[in-house]
Design a protein around this ligand. Sequence first.
Ligand code: R5P
Length: 304
Amino acid sequence: MLFAGSSHQALAKELAKDLQVHLGNVLIESFPDGEIGVQILENVRGKDVFLLQSAARHPNHFLMELLILADAFKRASARTIVAVMPYFPYARQDRKDKGRVPITAKLVANLLEKAGVTRLLTMDLHTEQIQGFFDIPVDHLYARPVFIKALKGLGIKEAVVVSPDIGSNKMARKFAEELKVDIAIVDKRRISAEKIEVNALIGDVKGKVAILVDDICSTGKTLEVAARVCRGQGAQKVIAVITHALFMGGPPLEGIDQLFISDSIAPLPGVKTPKVQVVSIAPLFAQAIECVIEAKSISSLFKN
Ligand code: R5P
């Protein structure tokens, strides 16, 4: 049975359509003091429940809503509860890189398990090792195949995939391998949440179409700075590919000719323009859910 929290109704409906199931009835309300109350309006006893929530832009609210829903399904005797989280929140704090800081990705993993989640289905985690924070199975999907299809459709002659920071290197390398082009890396240093410093660009972008790939775009600073560096080094055009488009200040457009984003997070109203294209990850999630139900390989979805 498929249910959804309130974070991304459009994706929930598309997923239900692709899976040819109805979207389960659930009542979600807010009490006057802001507490969340839910009631599942269908019998779920002994059922395998897939619960969609993309805890983005209001991560605290949507995460809490997901935990409360999972608790309700657990107490209603669902057989399994699969948290379907196209965007996994709090993933960027995934290690203690200085003293006295939390590891929020691990905290979220603990909370989900404690609430009753028995499996996680997610996409383009900020770092793959977050999977190891869970003691339940984690199925990790990649938006790459849908983006590659869109990029191939552009018929670009000479391209180079550019990682806007060292952290996105692995993701960029996979894109480069599949597009059969070279890779370049921007050496970015984050000074604060708002300020970024770039030291160098490793690789050759001169005269080429630079394809910047990143998992998350929040303020857009990383992309804008990387685009500027690519242009400064002679790139003829800059395309950006982003899985999780938070776009907290709107889409970054400075120096970027074309932007491809996924709908792992509900696209901002009016964001779709000829310059910003949205690719749907619903069919991929639908296929992955079918694989979970039929105990089939999910990694085979990513073989070329
Ligand atoms: C960081 O390591 C991520 O991969 C993104 O590069 C980062 O979250 C982007 O943030 P912003 O858009 O605020 O520069």
